[in-house]
Design a protein around this ligand. Sequence first.
Ligand code: NAD
Ligand code: USQ
Length: 390
Amino acid sequence: MVIGGDGYCGWATSLHLSNKNYEVAIVDNLVRRHFDDQLGLDSLTPISSIHDRIRRWRSLTEKDINLYIGDVCDFEFLSEAFTSFKPDAVVHFGEQRSAPYSMIDRSRAVYTQQNNVLGTLNVLFAIKEFGEDCHLVKLGTMGEYGTPNIDIEEGYITITHNGRTDTLPYPKQASSFYHLSKVHDSNNIAFTCKAWGIRATDLNQGVVYGVRTDETEMHEELYNRFDYDGVFGTALNRFCVQAAVGHPLTVYGKGGQTRGYLDIRDTVQCVELAIANPAKRGEFRVFNQFTEQFSVNQLASLVTKAGEKLGIEVQTTSVPNPRVEAEEHYYNAKHTKLIELGLQPHLLSDSLLDSLLNVAVQFKDRVDTKQIMPSVSWRKIGAKPKTVSA
Ligand code: NAD
Ligand code: USQ
């Protein structure tokens, strides 16, 4: 069961798992498409409705994907989906995933935490009630750890304090109401693994880039979404679109912000590996899911070089940082557990950047350049409802 299977990571994963002969059900309330309507945004790539996507997949492969349209915060709906599909594994992508969206105003901050924390709590109760053996594969985020001045471990750290030693959850220092919702999820999942014997894997994923996977390439009705706007667009994807339309790359502040990144083709591989090698009953397993670290300045320089090769002149501008975050810091995060399970990373290469830039160029007429600059400020978040695109 792929919760959030109509979204960016979830759609690619659903097709990948279906292609690998897993029986797949997508659960989604389509709220992500509603956010686009609400804020006047659109994917760079044209995306079909979930019904057309699934019909097209069936006509190409003769494989069925089950579909449950509804909200995981509605326990009655979720219970029905669980009892009818009876999943062996639940992959939970179904959350509000934008840090800027969660910092627009009070109502979006509250919505983000309500949707994410209560949705996950319902999933935990559904597993306890209807499928105790079901493995929860939950999408967390590397941002749960923040940017501490020591190495980041995978979920746990062994500490000796006043002569005694223990292995404890790695400290969390998230820096948006969205990233904090993931910390709250992790705590709830860890507790229910202990209390009820739930088996769970928390995939602390870095920033995802790219758009093509083997399956989404099969037909234009299977295309994945590609966000480039200041609310849902993520760093490298945004930079490629900015380069394609001749907009200077928007480096926030000093640009030393370093994060873990991975190709969307590795997202789908990691989820498959987690499902194929489930956590034990009662185990709360944490994997850091990224393949390489980059600072924002490094990304800008890689895109500038890739642009040169394609004859595009790329400029960079320093934008006053709309976020409250360290702009120069130490960053060294472990990421060995998925490699040990067999992950074969697609590292960011010149060829990938060329093809991403080419996708951006192909669809550049669809770009609304007014959506590129950041419009949400961490410092100016207010209680009153705000329309960001205004
Ligand atoms: P997305 O917004 O494209 O997809 C999320 C999907 O979940 C959407 O289709 C949405 O309609 C659905 N959804 C949201 N709330 C729901 C609810 N209450 N009930 C049912 N469906 C609901 O996001 P994405 O980029 O695919 O991210 C998926 C997950 O991966 C998120 O949990 C996110 O935090 C995590 N993640 C994403 C990235 C990234 O770079 N995109 C990086 C790290 C982690
Ligand atoms: N940044 C820029 N310029 C831009 C966009 C971003 O300098 O135009 C900087 C940001 O300030 C930040 C870094 O790039 O320091 C990453 O920002 P992002 O928007 O690419 O990613 P983020 O907000 O962290 O969120 C994304 C996904 C989220 C996921 C997270 C993984 O939206 O769902 O959880 O990546 S992580 O960053 O590891 O926490």
